[in-house]
Design a protein around this ligand. Structure first.
Ligand code: PLA
Length: 468
């Protein structure tokens, strides 16, 4: 007789299975009621457990159609779908300028030296284990992330008014912040800039907020529509949440000046609006971590409240590690304690607790003076390479005599150039030149290199001269 590990007989298992089967139970019931009935499945399907039959049913493998037959094909994501299309293209001249992912001059993804070094240290440390992190993430990482964005001497941090929770990169931080606000904040409307990163609307809608826009970009000047921005924010209902890109606005590459930020702060504070900063590019705009955090620090310094979503995807090149943080600056320390307790209730049923590896890399780098310095040097090199690509593309278009004013390529900030090319021109460039970019005409400058600049310039030149 066959025995399993626990020493039970397999025969006994089969018998138990038979006793538990619905047919056995129905036949038993019929016998008890005194009716003559002998049920057997119409076409019993022998499963791996003999004596257990499966009735034909909508979810059974051998009958009927799929219960998901009515699911319609969804379109690809407007940004990540560009990479999907690029990967399918067999052309050798293809260039992917869709997603904002940094590439080297050789067109390769980059893992920073300092990140490799931190990873080595982590791997070589035998005391490191793989236990769950707390719901709020790695404590060191949270403290250091708050310091990075608000500044080492931030009064809000010193007064224990800042709650920071580790989240799944920038997107996860925005989503957790959004869900917290939908549950605990009285005004559930969030104003996002027009245009903005395409995912903002979906993240906040699914978090339970109502999404409205404020004017941000003026296509005629290819600059900030500051008048429109102030008008729209002053019309927003008191208490409304306002999403602000901390720096390197995506997709436009247009940021307010310090003076304009100050005017925005005065308006936002006077109207009791709640600022929610998205900081996905700290250090990537100017090359300086402090300069790129200035907008956030101006708001944190006035003693008022705000939220900040940080991402280490771009500035530390940790894209797929999904490392980020949500900070909520409160007016009082006791409020911050209660806010943290509620953030835990948002996170626990969503993903329980965040992953350990990427946050450990960040914490290792941020807490070591020398590694931190090495990071800033590598970060500046990435920012400079992008600035250099702007100049090269601008020069290449000028050399071709491409119609139009292309100075915005060198004026815009951060990872992207918002070219002003229309949908048809973009489609033409993809079809004829195998240059991939988002349909709004946004180009990821970080994906360019000296070898691909002439090809892109040819594509743009042909697009603007042939398609109006
Ligand atoms: N916020 C802004 C403004 C972003 O541009 C991005 C990423 C994120 C948040 C989220 O980044 P994270 O979750 O990876 O930290 N935007 C990219 C990628 C670079 C993307 O769309 O997911 C972009 O190409 O626009």
């Amino acid at each position: 007789m066959a025995h399993d590990k626990a020493g039970k007989t397999m025969e006994g298992d089969n018998m138990r299975a038979e006793l538990a089967s619905p047919i056995f139970r129905l036949n038993t019931l019929a016998r008890h009621l005194g009716v003559s009935c002998s049920l057997s499945p119409p076409s019993p399907m022998e499963s791996q457990f003999p004596n257990q039959a499966i009735y034909p049913s909508p979810t059974a493998g051998f009958s009927g159609g799929s219960v998901f037959a009515n699911v319609v094909q969804a379109p690809e994501d407007p940004i990540l779908g560009v990479t999907v299309a690029y990967n399918k293209d067999p052309s050798r001249m293809k260039v992917n300028l869709g997603v904002g992912a940094y590439r080297t001059e050789e067109g390769k993804p980059l893992v920073l030296n300092v990140v490799r070094r931190a990873e080595q240290m982590l791997v070589n440390n035998p005391s490191r284990v793989k236990e769950y992190l707390p719901i709020t993430g790695l404590a060191d990482f949270n403290k250091l992330s708050a310091k990075l964005i608000f500044g080492a001497d931030s009064p809000a941090i010193q007064e224990n008014r800042v709650v920071t929770v580790q989240c799944l990169s920038g997107t996860g931080s925005l989503r957790v912040g959004g869900e917290f606000l939908a549950k605990h904040y009285h005004e559930r409307t969030i104003y996002i800039p027009q245009p903005t990163w395409g995912n903002h609307t979906k993240v906040f809608m699914l978090a339970g907020l109502s999404v409205k826009t404020y004017r941000y970009y003026d296509p005629t000047t290819r600059g900030l529509n500051f008048k429109g921005l102030l008008e729209d924010l002053s019309m927003a209902p008191s208490g409304a949440i306002v999403l602000l890109h901390a720096c390197a606005h995506n997709p436009t590459g247009v940021d307010p000046t310090v003076g304009q930020w100050e005017q925005m702060r005065l308006l936002i504070r006077s109207k009791g609006l709640l600022p929610f900063f998205d900081s996905a590019y700290q250090g990537f705009a100017s090359g300086s971590l402090d300069a790129d955090a200035q907008s956030v620090r101006m708001f944190a310094a006035d003693g008022g409240e705000c939220l900040t979503a940080q991402s280490y995807a771009k500035n530390m090149g940790l894209y797929g590690e999904r490392v980020g943080a949500l900070s909520i600056v409160c007016k009082y320390a006791d409020v911050a304690v209660r806010v943290e307790s509620q953030l835990k209730l948002v996170i626990r049923p969503m993903y329980s607790n965040p992953p350990i590896h990427g946050a450990s890399i960040v914490a290792t780098i941020l807490k070591d003076k020398e590694m931190y310095y090495e990071w800033t040097v590598e970060l500046k090199a990435m920012a400079n390479r992008i600035i250099n690509m702007r100049q090269q593309l601008f020069d290449a278009l000028r050399a071709r005599g491409t119609p139009g004013d292309w100075t915005h390529i060198i004026k815009q900030i951060g990872m992207f150039t918002f070219t002003g090319l229309n949908k048809e021109q973009v489609a033409f460039m993809t079809q004829e030149y195998h240059v991939y970019l988002t349909s709004d005409g946004r180009i990821s400058m970080a994906g360019l290199n000296s070898k691909t600049v002439p090809h892109l310039a040819d594509a743009i030149h042909a697009a603007v001269t042939r398609i109006k």
